[in-house]
Design a protein around this ligand. Structure first.
Ligand SMILES: [Zn+2]
Length: 329
């Protein structure tokens, strides 16, 4: 079952959804919540398929769509008239989108047994849109399932939340992310291993990393970090400047630096728990070279700089002062 893969770690959601299908008892509204890139939308689409599949099968106790019938194909290509996708237009989901949805739902489905509405990134509904959706949820149309997906459930209106049955999605296992990278993105196994370790169980994050030269930049940044205490001030400032110019990479840079110093600290007590496993030799060397107190301090400096930047401090100045601080062993 090729479509089943990204669903594979989500055992609990899968059991719940399978039970709905088995009992023929499909709820009016579901909320899929959990970290980004763990299969919430894929699962929503699979569920829409499973509700309407003409040749649904059962595997290991789960109900899964065939992926091949007329209905499954239409849903996959987003051409099914009764499977409606709503995504943010720009940064938000607008009231006009929900009004249009409400008008569509007031009509009978064209052909589906169970009409499905998938509202992705539901937290980006503004208040008007949320209230309009609430009206729909209060008088749910027959034979229709509305699935909201979000990684920020607390940003939804509580009244909307309370109308949905909530299903939690967990981060994917590291090996799942690794295998998906190898199978679907044709990433080299060694690279896939490094990315999977650093992607926090998110496949979408891992894909971004595999496409963005992330590995190369990480290697460069860690080499810079490891030698920062030997650099003249001019080079330290130049490093800060070059990081400050690459705003898109900055959150990643912080993550990489943070994880590095954390690993040096962790290695002292639990070497098996480090994240930068491909660099174990360097981690060991630097961990022995630096005291725990000095590492705590460095981690604090990194976190403070990150906070300052989030609070709109001057990015270059914040990075300069961070790099100078990190250069003192
Ligand atoms: Zn099918």
């Amino acid at each position: 079952m090729p479509q089943f893969e990204s669903f594979i770690d989500q055992k609990r959601p899968n059991q719940i959804l399978s039970a709905f299908l088995r009992k023929g008892n499909i709820p009016h509204a579901l909320l899929f919540y959990g970290p980004p890139g763990v299969g919430k939308r894929t699962t929503a689409m699979l569920f829409a398929k499973a509700c309407n599949c003409l040749h649904r099968t059962s595997e290991a106790g789960y109900r899964i769509p065939c992926g091949d019938c007329r209905s499954c194909r239409k849903i996959a290509s987003e051409n099914h008239p009764d499977v409606i996708y709503i995504r943010p237009a720009g940064a938000v989901i607008r009231i006009t989108q929900i009004r249009e949805l409400s008008a569509t739902l007031s009509l009978k489905p064209y052909e589906a047994k169970t009409r499905a509405v998938i509202i992705a990134d539901a937290h980006s509904m503004n208040t008007e849109a949320g209230n309009a959706l609430l009206k729909v949820l209060e008088e749910p149309p027959d034979h229709t399932i509305i699935i909201l997906t979000t990684d920020q459930p607390l940003d939804l209106l509580p009244t909307v939340l309370s109308r949905c049955q909530q299903i939690r999605f967990k981060p994917l296992a590291m090996n799942t992310v690794k295998n998906l990278l190898i199978d679907k993105q044709k990433v080299e196994p060694e690279t896939a291993q490094i990315i999977a370790t650093m992607a926090n169980g998110s496949f979408s994050r891992a894909m971004e990393m595999s496409k963005s030269n992330w590995i190369k930049r990480r290697r460069w940044l860690l080499a810079e970090m490891r030698t920062v205490s030997q650099k003249p001030v001019g080079s330290i400032l130049a490093l800060a400047e070059s990081l400050s110019k690459d705003r898109g990479f900055l959150p990643d840079a912080f993550y990489i630096i943070n994880t590095w110093f954390r690993d040096l600290l962790v290695y002292k007590w639990s070497p098996q728990r480090i994240v930068n496993k491909d660099l174990t030799d360097s981690v060991r060397y630097d961990s022995q070279r630096l005291s725990a107190a000095s590492l705590y301090l460095k981690i604090k400096f990194v976190q403070n700089a990150q906070k300052d930047i989030l609070r709109n401090a001057n990015v270059r100045l914040a990075l300069e002062s961070l790099m100078v601080r990190l250069s003192h062993d």
